[in-house]
Write a protein that binds this ligand. Structure first.
Ligand code: DUC
Ligand code: ZN
Ligand code: ZN
Ligand code: ZN
Length: 484
């Protein structure tokens, strides 16, 4: 059965034009005028865009003594309802656990996915087994992006020597390094000091993770990546200090990308001052929300191209889970939701305000990350031969975000009460219409794993440059006799 999307405006990262889109067998087979199919979706007044890709989720993630509450079932349903058609989740070995072993756990969880997905691998410890398995993970499993936590001391954090060893291995294997950039040693000291002083509430979470801890770690990771010769992707960039480091690195020709989150773009640190403990604790995530100065920096980064991708770090905990940290803010599970709201919030606060063009919106929600991850143009494109992961976007459709109507499994929404204008009329995952006029008709298990290849064009360019500029011995004519 073929499906045709009619009368819409196709919007890609570099061009918009009026055209119909014909889909067969889960792929886009034709783009043009007056196309016909067995099933017709009317896109009059709408933009026909590549479905969103959220490259940063934690679904059913074991963390801080519990599991995040959205799993691959509710999480990917939430994604589709908001126009996101692919998620990339972090497979997280516990310290000492092998990479392949951890992957098996993520394979088991992800069988429930309603949309396509891929994984990043986390390097949470270092040893010969990790070194060896990295090759298998990249070459046999198609997972090429490896995250390093510079925070969460005593749990997920890795030291500089471990990070340098891992980065060098990735450079050799054609992988990409990712970091959670916060100085975990300093955070641990600040947490202990705040607690000792009786600063136990959720606001102290923000005090313990000032922009300096993020800026320092971002700079350090950039320098270590440069010395290892590996491209670097910095997740959840929340402040000017980290953005500045990325901006400078990119201007110097370093291969670095920065990823702000929709939460940091649209919510600020005044949330932690709320008199209601639950309200504040529900917004505890790392890095924490920042003030308007930092938010403007992030927006400017998206507008100028120094920041490349908008994600969510979707890691949803219920109010009950958040209350593990009553009396001790360091025990509040870190994480907020956003999968369902990323696209409408970014459209409302980005495109409708004139900060972003529709084409730039497509770039930062889909195309840029598809290129970084090396799954473009299968994903992130409206193009003949691409997967029919498509969102038909109605710029006039409005709603007020509320937990009462969300798909996510938790009992609140950090964007509660925000009005959004710009929502999916249809969302298609490999041709299957998962959202039809706002109604969710997704299928559990429809989602497929997206394997990716390493040695991307960026990897190859960087390794060529590093080889060309590597230290070489000077060839001398007259070498004096040894002095001994
Ligand atoms: N930050 C969060 O807030 N949650 C999950 C992991 C992370 O780095
Ligand atoms: Zn992180
Ligand atoms: Zn994360
Ligand atoms: Zn808003």
């Amino acid at each position: 059965m073929t499906t045709v999307i009619k009368n819409g405006t196709v919007v890609t990262a570099d061009l918009s034009w009026k055209a119909d889109v014909l889909i067969d067998g889960g792929k886009i087979v034709e783009i043009g005028d007056n196309l016909k199919g067995d099933e017709t979706l009317d896109a009059t007044g709408c933009y026909v865009m590549p479905g969103g890709i959220d490259p940063h989720t934690h679904l059913e993630m074991p963390f801080m003594g519990t599991y995040s509450s959205d799993d691959f079932d509710s999480g990917t349903r939430a994604a589709l309802s908001g126009g996101t058609t692919m998620v990339v989740d972090f497979a997280l070995p516990s310290p000492g656990q092998g990479l392949l072993d951890a992957l098996q756990m993520w394979d088991n969880k992800s069988t429930r996915a309603h949309c396509d997905y891929s994984f990043h691998m986390a390097v949470t410890w270092w040893g010969e087994q990790v070194f060896n398995e990295m090759k298998t993970v990249i070459e046999d499993r198609g997972i090429t992006t490896f995250k390093h936590f510079m925070a969460y001391k005593g749990a997920l954090m890795v030291q500089d020597d471990e990070m340098f060893a891992s980065f060098k291995r990735l450079a050799e294997l054609g992988g990409i390094a990712m970091v959670h950039a916060e100085n975990g040693d300093v955070v641990a000291e600040l947490q202990a000091k705040l607690m000792a002083e009786g600063n136990t509430g959720p606001e102290a979470h923000a005090y313990s993770r000032p922009p300096q801890v993020e800026g320092e770690a971002a700079n350090r990771a950039i320098m270590i990546a440069d010395m290892a010769g590996v491209p670097l992707y910095i997740v959840h960039v929340s402040c000017e200090e980290a953005h500045e480091a990325i901006r400078r690195a990119r201007q110097q020709g370093k291969r670095v990308w920065g990823e702000p989150l929709i939460q940091h773009l649209t919510l600020d640190d005044s949330e932690y001052m709320n008199k209601d403990w639950d309200h504040a604790a529900r917004r505890v995530m790392s890095p924490p929300f920042r003030n308007a100065k930092h938010q403007e920096s992030l927006w400017a980064g998206l507008m100028s191209g120094s920041l490349s991708v908008v994600a969510t770090d979707h890691c949803a905990f219920t109010t009950e889970q958040k209350r593990y940290g009553v009396g001790d803010f360091t025990k509040i599970p870190n994480g907020t939701g956003g999968l369902e709201d990323r696209m409408p919030m970014l459209w409302t606060h980005g495109v409708a305000t004139g900060r972003l063009t529709p084409e730039e919106f497509v770039a930062v929600t889909s195309t840029n990350i598809a290129k970084v991850l090396n799954c473009y143009p299968r994903k992130g494109a409206i193009r003949v031969g691409s997967d029919a992961d498509i969102v038909v976007w109605d710029p006039e459709k409005e709603k007020t975000i509320t937990a009462a109507k969300q798909v996510s499994a938790i009992d609140y929404n950090v964007f509660e009460g925000h009005k959004v204008k710009g929502l999916p009329r249809f969302t298609l995952t490999r041709g299957h219409v998962a959202v039809l006029d706002g109604e969710l008709r997704s299928r559990e298990g429809h989602g497929q794993f997206v394997a990716r290849k390493g040695a991307t064009p960026t990897n190859r360019a960087l390794s060529t440059w590093k080889e060309l500029t590597a230290p070489r011995p000077v060839e001398r004519t007259g070498i004096p006799a040894s002095g001994v």
